[in-house]
Design a binder for this molecule. Structure first.
Ligand code: CMC
Length: 429
């Protein structure tokens, strides 16, 4: 492979170094482009821009590959737990037995949330979206738990505390929104069981664990745990690059995730399927609308910036959906609509030509419904799952020897220099 590409402009040539990753992904290093040539690059949505080197997650959008620290997501979904996968992402390798036990102890020890935070929760207006509440509360954590980021040990302490508390805070927001008493975390329960107990246990009806439900939640979170430089992770890195505290950077990621084109798509898919169901089940109309360039409607849960084939997470999610509904002896008419819609869409020339396939969000909402999670909490569930990924990416960016504050350039298209006109001399409108 050549070590440089040559850029030629108006008779002058510039050599730009080629860099290559471990999976042979190639990039052109433009670090000196502006200094040497006066040019900047133009790439809206950063579709062709590598903003960092990263050793966390590998994706191949053409082949439908997703690996965390080299391990295929299929193997993790089959054999790992969310806690172990979180450790893997944050620390770069699978834990030993002792390391995993210590990690569990720390997660349990830090799972309580400061009682004063309850006052904040109770004062959000009744119809507040849980994502708005969660991102605000995560930012507020900085006021309750000052950060000590000096040694590796202190950083690990801070990130583990965040992992432990966000799960409690998410369940707490649900309980308070329903006017119920908050259920506290229990040290005898595993990560997912604890969450389910905090969400659904009531003084009149103790929550009964069903092993398929617990496993489905684990797998749901494993599948969401990281996805390299997506919109919310980029937000975490960009905001973190100003050297803001961890909580503020994660809160920015949560705000980015909320959008319906990103993590909010799981809620949007269920709303779309419910609308189709309520209006008689005509899914073909939705497919036709999605193709119509005069209609802003998109098929939610379809398409991806990187995957140009079936999202590997969606394959697992779809299987899990079937298994879970069968184990619970549930029938969900939205699953039938989703499957029929998928069958029509993946054969449609528009979807084939545009490489539009179901993404992780297409079936995940049906899994969450079966678990009993209310629709407005879906993106919060995604956020809990993505947290270890955000933390790992934030840590990596803090240690990056090539770290610089994120500060893109622009091509200015506004007015040329003009002068201030006093009000008395302006044209009346
Ligand atoms: N339905 C209909 N057409 C679509 C869709 C869709 N869901 N997605 C993309 N297209 C079309 C789009 O209209 C455009 O067509 P044309 O080139 O003819 O103008 C073409 O495909 C490329 O679209 P794009 O918006 O430039 O693609 P992107 O890479 O910028 O956007 C996306 C990716 C995920 C935002 C987009 O596919 C989308 O809006 N999907 C629906 C929302 C969704 O499911 N989001 C969840 C993504 S996975 C979870 C996560 O990690 O966030």
């Amino acid at each position: 492979m050549a070590e440089y590409v040559t850029l030629t402009y108006e008779g002058r040539s510039y050599q730009l170094p080629v860099i290559e990753g471990t999976e042979n992904e190639r990039g052109i290093d433009i670090l000196r482009l502006r200094t040497d040539t006066g040019f900047i690059t133009y790439d809206p949505g950063f579709a062709n821009t590598g903003a960092c080197k990263s050793g966390i997650t590998y994706m191949d959008g053409e082949k439908g590959i997703l690996r965390y620290r080299g391990i295929p997501v299929e193997e993790l979904a089959e054999r790992s737990t969310f806690k172990e996968t979180s450790y893997l992402l944050i620390n770069g390798r699978l834990p030993s037995d002792r390391e995993l036990r210590n990690f569990s102890i720390m997660l349990n020890d830090h799972s309580l949330v400061h009682e004063d935070m309850k006052t904040f929760y109770q004062n959000f207006p009744r119809l507040s979206h849980p994502m708005g509440i969660l991102s605000s509360m995560v930012n507020a954590l900085r006021s309750f738990y000052p950060e000590l980021q000096v040694t590796e040990e202190e950083i690990n302490f801070t990130v583990t505390r965040l992992l432990a508390k966000v799960r409690t805070m998410a369940a707490m927001s649900y309980k308070i929104s329903r006017g119920h008493t908050v259920v506290y975390p229990r040290p005898d329960l595993a990560y997912s069981e604890n969450f389910l107990n905090m969400m659904f246990n009531t003084p009149v009806k103790p929550y009964e664990f069903i092993k398929e439900v617990v496993r489905a939640l684990e797998v749901f979170w494993i599948l969401h745990a990281d996805h390299e430089q997506n919109c919310s992770t980029t937000a975490v890195r960009v905001v973190g690059s100003g050297r803001v505290n961890l909580y503020a950077a994660i809160s920015a990621g949560m705000s980015a995730l909320w959008g319906p084109l990103h993590g909010g798509a799981n809620q949007a898919v269920i709303e779309m399927l419910s609308d189709i169901h309520a209006s008689g089940g005509d899914y073909r109309k939705a497919v036709e609308r999605a193709k119509d360039k005069n209609d802003s409607f998109r098929l939610m849960g379809f398409g991806h910036r990187v995957y140009k084939t079936y999202d590997p997470r969606a394959k697992i999610m779809k299987r899990m959906c079937d298994n879970l509904l069968e184990a619970l002896n549930l029938a969900d008419p939205l699953l039938d609509i989703a499957k029929e819609l998928e069958e029509v869409a993946v054969k449609d020339p528009y979807f084939v030509d545009h490489n539009l396939y179901p993404n992780v969000d297409f079936y995940s909402g049906i899994v969450l419904r079966a678990i009993g999670i209310p629709t407005n909490m879906f993106t919060v569930m995604f956020a809990i799952g993505r947290l270890p990924g955000w933390i790992a990416q934030w840590k990596e960016s803090m240690d990056d020897p090539q770290w610089r504050i994120s500060r893109p350039r622009q091509i200015y298209t506004g007015p040329l220099e003009t002068h201030y006109v006093p009000m008395s001399e302006r044209e009346p409108s």
